[in-house]
Design a protein around this ligand. Sequence first.
Ligand code: ATP
Length: 583
Amino acid sequence: MVWLVLAAFAATGASIAVPLVVQRVVDGPIVDGDATGLWWLGGLAAVFGLIEAGLIFIRRWTQAASALGMETTIRNDVYAHLQRLQIGFHDQWQSGQLLSRVTADLSVIRRFLSFGLVFLIVNTATYVTVVALLIHLRWPLGLLVAASAIPLFIMSRRFSRAYIAASRRMQDELGDVATLVEESAQGLRTIKAFGRRPFMAKRFGREARQLHDTAIGKGRLLALSSARFDLVPNLTLAVVLVAGAATVAAGGMTLGQLVAFVSLQLMLIWPIESLGWIIANAQEAMTAADRIYEVLDTPPSIVDRPGAVAVAEARGRVRFEAVSFTYPGTETPVLRRIDLDVCPGETLAIVGATGCGKTSLVSLMPRLYDVTGGRITLDGQDIRDIQLGSLRRLVGVAFEDPTLFSMSVRENLALGRRETTDDEIHEALGVAQAEFVYDLPWGLDTRIGEQGLSLSGGQRQRLALARAVIGRPRVLVLDDPLSALDVHTEALVEEALARVLHGTTALLVVHRPSTVALADRVALLAGGEVAAVGTHSELLETVPAYRAALSAEADADAEPGPGGNVERSGALSLGGIDDVFSR
Ligand SMILES: Nc1ncnc2c1ncn2[C@@H]1O[C@H](COP(=O)(O)OP(=O)(O)OP(=O)(O)O)[C@@H](O)[C@H]1O
């Protein structure tokens, strides 16, 4: 930036020097008929021209490097911050809005850094220097030119107020359009399957038209103000020409001085004309910066507490002590006074009606959310006093909706643990019955599609399960990890999983009665509270609500799927369409 500004100032100095040389040429060699002097001064003007060209090259070159460097740094900062922010933040933000901030808004800032800001500095410096020279050359005419700044100032204030509102609206609308594109791309199967393409296209068309109208309004504002800005220097020039000619005729200034005066004044036209564009550019960049700061200024709420310790090994005793939890931004607690004690190596199944808080409960273990009352301990230590990094290394997680990334199978699995050997991968794939990956075209190095969409629901779920069990974490959190598997595969996975669960403390959200068999004990959740805890057979005998919950799940399970032995990914698709239409 420093080189850039220095080069810009020096180039402006060189360009201002040229009219001053012209003045010497007109008043000296031309009036005196001195050919040698003409050559010398002509050569000097050419040298200034060459210097200016060289400096412009340096300016443009450094401009690209500095603006792109800053854009990349800010983008990395925003991305890193988004990763640090708690899930609660992401629940409340549309992903398209975040996407447009990391892409479109940052490009606006880069454009300002590389053009708007440079021209703002250079043009202001040019304006001040040239006006000072004009006053020096002929003060009454110089002051007239200086006075033309007053209407310019008033016009630019009005313009910037109107423009900032329009550009904020447009950038927000751009975010909405990005959200729609992203959602539609993700939900394309559902949209096509329900024949809702025209509906979605119409919805998109409405948003796109809104964006178009705002952009046109913005363009109109810019066009109007550019025309007004243009008028001021041209009117001033006309006055200067008439008054200047009269002064030369009266002998108040030389012809060379008038030529220099007008040449210098012509140098002001571009800085003034570009004022509207620079203000627009600056306002857009300020709006974009505001939008980026809305993200950067949100402090992550789930962080290491002061004095949090790193824990490398754990026995794996997990206790929920009077835990309650309310989602950020909501009033009603989802979980109330939860007391659970899970011994090292024990598997606790969590059973309950849909929406009773099972997923919320297990999300607290890896601190995706923090408890709002009570505490969770691991080996007697509040998990908030354990460094997040080490807590998440100790806790393996697989959720019902298995997210895979556009990376190779191996990289997807390594997300579960950074250092993995082929043996560990093989073992984890065995547990999850996911050996099918060896049959993919490039085996473990096959790149799976965006979010793993080229795999079936059951295949994705098995890979997510393998990712959770890789490296045998001390605590496993499995949120209905077998829901998309056919009965045969489920039995095989359960058999292998039982061996893994043997030495691991596990919280296992269970929807299907068959999976309960994996658990040592079962906790029945009802309305966000623990209604009963005991072994499966105890609860079956003594708790009618447990029998009811399991038979309801069994009924749901028994509903015929297409083809009987097909992997049950229907539930996931229905979740998807709900999402599309509720948004
Ligand atoms: N991000 C969120 N923000 C606010 N409320 C939420 C959020 N996620 C879930 N809830 C609410 O919390 C309650 C419990 O949801 P949760 O997903 O924990 O239930 P669940 O027992 O796992 O359900 P299911 O069996 O259908 O998976 C529901 O009423 C739900 O609407």
